[in-house]
Design a protein around this ligand. Structure first.
Ligand SMILES: *[C@@H]1O[C@H](CO)[C@@H](O)[C@H](O)[C@H]1NC(C)=O
Ligand SMILES: *[C@@H]1O[C@H](CO)[C@@H](O)[C@H](O)[C@H]1NC(C)=O
Ligand SMILES: *[C@@H]1O[C@H](CO)[C@@H](O)[C@H](O)[C@H]1NC(C)=O
Ligand SMILES: *[C@@H]1O[C@H](CO)[C@@H](O)[C@H](O)[C@H]1NC(C)=O
Ligand SMILES: *[C@@H]1O[C@H](CO)[C@@H](O)[C@H](O)[C@H]1NC(C)=O
Ligand SMILES: *[C@@H]1O[C@H](CO)[C@@H](O)[C@H](O)[C@H]1NC(C)=O
Ligand SMILES: *[C@@H]1O[C@H](CO)[C@@H](O)[C@H](O)[C@H]1NC(C)=O
Ligand SMILES: *[C@@H]1O[C@H](CO)[C@@H](O)[C@H](O)[C@H]1NC(C)=O
Ligand SMILES: *[C@@H]1O[C@H](CO)[C@@H](O)[C@H](O)[C@H]1NC(C)=O
Ligand SMILES: *[C@@H]1O[C@H](CO)[C@@H](O)[C@H](O)[C@H]1NC(C)=O
Length: 483
């Protein structure tokens, strides 16, 4: 593109009021609801932290949502996979996230963002939360919020991740409610729209229900401290498990009275590899959807802990792994229309009033007296903090420059961002770009022939997989000629 057209586009972007792809979501009762068409939103997501948590280095000028070329490459592959949401853990609020957020927006992919980081003083200390709950800490938190509240595809913020565990002191839950309150008050004061704020819990069963009940009950004297959604990091379904053997049945029963959305903020045990994701059809079946709003598979990129769907090679290319194909086949078999059905009973639920009787777990404070804000924080909330982003822009380049290899090492051709229309989010089974140029020598796609009874839009996709190599070749030639 010439510099002239780029400038022209930038000018057009400046003076045009765009409505781009995804529309904002809100929490109503125990469901996420689309504000434009009233449908239920269920998270079909992946965790996105290329480089892993240890790769977070603010000095480097790079975080997972700062390099447009990398985001474009990955958004295209996620679109093809069929996800509608990502979770990003470690963000540097001093970087500009406009391009990446806009790319994921155009792709129809929502973002759930952690406001903390593993660096010192950038999260609550579970052994001494009173020391870490400071104005400096909240300033960082507000900067992340300020950056991302500009985008309609920001689904929500996590005020904390796995802060409560066996080592945490009893006061920790009240500090999580305090941080949640501060973020929600910041959003009320500074954002054009309300954005849900929740907590992501470790699956420590003895503490789980106490945590959930403490954080999700209503306090009339501190209304904004209630979490809007609850994420659970759970790896209890491994390999050949079932609804019962995984303990998913217990989770559904324990959380059956929820009045807020619950989802897996991480799932996808890797004790048996390659993973074939037999939990996916169950999570999105009527056994679980009355209580759960989907989940995020851990995780997009292969890191040292071996949970990747793709390998990000050092030279910038990407190699698709067997897990990606297996997950895609599971997603393709989902019945999206049923998942999107609104449920008036669920959306009308209201939170129970906080009461010490709710605190089933041990080691909890029995006090709903929340810590007061550190001095200076009221002023940050009323004046706002300065951010580095300006809101969604249109996406000008849609073709990734990096080569992507399938599981046989063949390069994919025709990869392209499918820019969605207003109020569209990405869905499994939507036919996106990319085919292999050479005849696959083996089974390119591990066909997890799902036995899910209900299939709608997935049917065409499953048939595609069955097509012979000749037809696949012909299709890719066709694609070449269109370009
Ligand atoms: C964001 O959503 C609002 C409310 O639906 C809409 O008016 C606005 O145009 C959207 N912005 C973009 C950039 O899509
Ligand atoms: C981001 O904003 C801060 C001020 O809040 C500024 O110091 C920093 O230079 C900005 N960074 C970029 C990349 O614009
Ligand atoms: C509760 O705290 C005690 C003492 O700190 C500890 O021994 C015990 O394991 C904790 N219980 C749980 C369920 O974390
Ligand atoms: C997936 O795992 C289940 C349970 O172990 C097994 O029955 C099934 O054959 C596997 N499918 C594939 C395609 O590997
Ligand atoms: C759900 O609520 C009902 C009615 O109040 C109560 O009997 C039941 O014990 C609750 N279930 C759980 C798991 O809390
Ligand atoms: C990039 O690296 C991958 C993995 O090491 C390798 O398979 C591929 O051939 C390399 N591609 C290029 C263009 O260098
Ligand atoms: C609708 O929501 C209610 C309350 O959460 C739940 O009991 C019921 O099973 C839901 N119905 C469907 C079809 O999911
Ligand atoms: C707020 O209400 C809770 C629950 O009734 C109570 O325990 C707490 O002491 C109250 N906090 C203040 C500051 O009054
Ligand atoms: C994606 O699939 C859904 C469900 O079948 C359909 O409603 C939607 O129009 C599709 N979108 C695109 C861009 O193909
Ligand atoms: C899927 O892709 C094929 C080939 O590019 C195209 O002919 C077909 O219309 C697409 N279907 C949908 C639902 O987008």
């Amino acid at each position: 593109m010439t510099r002239f057209t780029a400038t022209l586009l930038a000018l057009v972007a400046l003076f045009t009021s765009y409505t781009l792809a995804v529309s904002p979501l809100v929490v109503k009762g125990s469901d996420f609801v689309n504000t434009v068409d009233g449908t239920r939103f269920q998270i079909i997501g992946v965790a996105y932290q290329p480089g892993g948590s240890s790769g977070f280095n603010p000095g480097s000028g790079l975080d997972p949502l700062s390099d447009a070329s990398i985001c474009l490459r990955d958004a295209v592959l996620m679109q093809k996979l069929g996800v509608n949401a990502i979770r990003v853990y470690n963000l540097d609020p001093d970087l500009d996230h406009t391009q990446c957020a806009s790319i994921f927006n155009a792709a129809g992919i929502y973002m759930i963002l952690d406001v903390n980081s593993p660096l010192p003083d950038q999260s609550l200390d579970r052994t001494q939360p009173w020391n870490s709950y400071s104005m400096d800490y909240l300033q960082r938190v507000f900067k992340v919020v300020e950056d991302f509240m500009q985008f309609n595809n920001t689904l929500g913020f996590f005020s904390g991740n796995e802060v409560i565990n066996e080592d945490s002191v009893p006061e920790v839950p009240s500090y999580i409610r305090a941080v949640t309150r501060d973020i929600k008050d910041y959003i009320s004061a500074q954002s054009k729209r309300s954005i849900p704020v929740g907590y992501s819990a470790a699956d420590v069963r003895p503490l789980l229900m106490g945590t959930f009940n403490y954080l999700s009950c209503g306090l009339s004297n501190d209304t904004s401290s209630k979490i809007d959604f609850f994420g659970l990091n759970s790896y209890s379904w491994c390999g050949d498990a079932t609804f019962q053997s995984s303990g998913y049945d217990v989770l559904v029963s324990d959380f059956s009275n929820t009045t807020i959305p619950i989802f897996f903020s991480e799932y996808g045990c890797n004790l048996v590899t390659p993973r074939n994701f037999s939990e996916v059809p169950v999570l999105y079946s009527s056994q679980m959807t009355p209580v759960f709003s989907g989940g995020l598979i851990y995780e997009y990129s292969e890191e040292v802990n071996n949970y990747g769907l793709v390998n990000l090679n050092d030279n910038g290319t990407v190699s698709i792994l067997a897990d990606y194909n297996n997950l895609q086949a599971r997603y393709d078999a989902l019945d999206v229309t049923t998942l999107e059905q609104a449920n008036v009973t669920a959306t009308s639920l209201t939170a129970p009033t906080c009461n010490v009787n709710l605190l089933a777990g041990s080691n909890f404070t029995d006090s709903f007296d929340l810590p007061a804000r550190p001095s200076g924080v009221d002023a940050l909330i009323s004046s706002g903090v300065s951010g580095n982003t300006t809101g969604a822009t249109s996406v000008s380049s849609t073709q990734p420059t990096q080569t992507v290899y399938d599981t046989n090492g063949n390069a994919l051709s025709g990869l392209k961002l499918n820019v969605l229309a207003w109020d569209q989010s990405n869905l499994p089974g939507n036919n996106t770009s990319g085919t292999t140029t050479q005849s696959p020598s083996g089974s390119t796609t591990s066909t997890t022939s799902s036995s899910t009874a209900t299939k709608t839009n997935a049917a065409a996709r499953v048939d595609d997989i069955k097509l012979g190599t000749l037809v696949m070749g012909a299709l890719s030639v066709g694609l070449y000629m269109q370009l």
